[in-house]
Design a protein around this ligand. Structure first.
Ligand code: GUN
Ligand code: FE
Length: 472
């Protein structure tokens, strides 16, 4: 690729390289990048790198490469419910809206049809790595993993563990059944490594299993004990769950686990808090819970669209960042009403501004995130590298740099097929400098949508986006 590249560097900075030459190798990783290559030395630079007869994709003004988005928390079987039942708060929403829909995934053919469109839609939103909760059903969740594998998306897929406090029509028969089926799902997903996917058979597989105790309320101590044992016998196994989302949920959790010091302490007492644990929501954490989460190096999935939509509250993400806790973004479909991380970025910004308004602080701060609006650089970080840290894969993805996997988006801010672009050719044709790129990035994050994502790449493979949609 020859053109503009934007990539996060830290919570407060990103690289904006207007004239970058970036080379993706046969293995799908970035071989090298040369910054600031003037057009007249392009061929010479390629020759110096030993590149003869290579395809160079040249990006016109208004287009740039960005690392793919990482959705650290979503529910695949809830996508058909997007935008419905949003008058409820969490516990009523689960029983009146969510469990009835998830129960339909006992029908494997229904699951297949639905998950095909779910995965396609999530990829086209620019999500290159996704943490999916399936339903509680083993067979349907295997199908979800198969579809993700065939699509070429990077993902973690888990089936919900839930053996109590759920309706009779949607609950696992026992802790033993739950564990047994979880083990079967893990073996199935690990066996996908040897199965060819859409593009190639030679790559290590991109889909990994993840333990998914739905939340403390839905799990008996017996089930959590067995999940903790599975986790301790396999430190590489990821874990995802919900934490401190809603006040009524927290009160019920404390009733169920009276001996635990707090909500985080419940998970910790079963060995489920560790560096590859993803904790979704974390809206109402106590100070001592923050200490514990930081100590265990677990990550938080910030789900602001959902936290607003289910009236759960505003998570103080700035406080978590100041304490060095890993944070990524989650769409939490269908608590959240959009499968796009762009919507999540916009709501993360608004959430931070609400806390800043309440605290009477103005603007961003170079040294502190608590009670401050989050800068663009921080929002970009949370959507990419922060998500990779939460998923414990930041050595592989989350930024565009030599040695990283080419999981990337080709963003087009120009007008597309009759839709206006993100800048007006009459007033502000984008220049080729860094400042122009800063402006384009901010407009894309706040005003862009899936139409502006022309191509989605995972490990160098073109797997989705607006151009893909047009040709498939
Ligand atoms: N807590 C337990 N299950 C769920 C769920 O499906 N969505 C959300 N937002 N919170 C939960
Ligand atoms: Fe959720």
């Amino acid at each position: 690729f020859y053109g503009a590249v934007i990539s996060p560097e830290s919570l407060t900075s990103y690289k904006a390289l207007p004239r970058c030459l970036l080379s993706v190798g046969a293995s799908g990783t970035i071989d090298w990048m040369v910054d600031d290559v003037q057009e007249h030395v392009l061929q010479e630079t390629l020759a110096q790198k030993g590149c003869i007869d290579v395809d160079v994709i040249t990006l016109p003004a208004g287009e740039f490469l960005l690392p793919g988005f990482i959705d650290t928390h979503t529910h695949a079987p809830q996508l058909p419910n997007l935008g419905s039942g949003q008058q409820h708060e969490l516990l009523d929403w689960l029983s009146d809206v969510t469990f009835p829909m998830e129960a339909k995934f006992s029908d494997v053919e229904f699951a297949r049809r639905t998950y095909e469109s779910v995965v396609r839609r999530v990829i086209n939103c620019g999500t290159t790595t996704c943490c999916y909760y399936g339903s509680l059903h083993l067979e349907s969740t295997k199908v979800l993993a198969d579809i993700v594998h065939a699509s070429g998306q990077r993902a973690f897929v888990g089936k919900c563990n839930m053996d109590r406090n759920c309706p009779d029509y949607y609950v696992e028969a026992s802790a033993e059944v739950s564990i047994n089926e979880t083990k079967q799902l893990i073996s199935h997903i690990r066996s996908l490594a040897s199965r060819p996917n859409a593009q190639s058979s030679s790559r290590p597989h991109l889909v990994q299993p993840i333990l998914t105790p739905r939340f403390a309320i839905s799990c008996t101590p017996e089930l959590l004990t067995s999940l903790g044992k599975m986790a301790s016998s396999d430190p590489s196994l990821h874990i995802q769950t919900h934490i401190s989302e809603n006040k009524a949920e927290i009160a019920f959790t404390k009733e169920l686990f009276p001996d635990a010091p707090h909500y985080a302490g419940v998970y910790d007492s079963f060995g489920l808090l560790r560096p590859n644990t993803i904790l979704a929501h974390a809206v109402h954490l106590e100070d001592t819970e923050l200490e514990l989460i930081a100590k265990r190096k677990a990550g938080i999935s910030h789900c602001p669209t959902s936290n607003f939509n289910l009236s759960s509250g505003v998570a103080p993400i700035g406080v978590y960042l100041d304490r060095g806790i890993k944070v990524g973004l989650g769409t939490d479909v269908s608590g959240g009403f959009s499968p796009s991380i762009l919507t999540c970025i916009q709501n993360a910004s608004i959430a931070s501004k609400i806390l800043a308004i309440q605290a009477g602080t103005h603007g961003t701060s170079p040294t502190q995130f608590s009670n401050r609006q989050l800068p663009v650089a921080t929002l970009l970080y949370l959507a990419t590298l922060g998500g990779a840290e939460v998923c414990h894969i930041d050595k592989t993805v989350g930024s565009l740099a030599p040695g990283m996997s080419f999981d990337a988006l080709l963003v087009n801010t120009r007008s597309i097929a009759g839709n206006p672009g993100l800048w007006s050719p009459d007033t502000d044709t984008p220049g080729k400098g860094k400042e122009a790129l800063d402006g384009l990035l901010e407009r894309f994050l706040f005003c862009g949508d899936d139409r502006n994502i022309s191509r989605v790449y995972v490990e160098g493979r073109f797997i989705g986006g607006n151009n893909y949609r047009a040709n498939n």
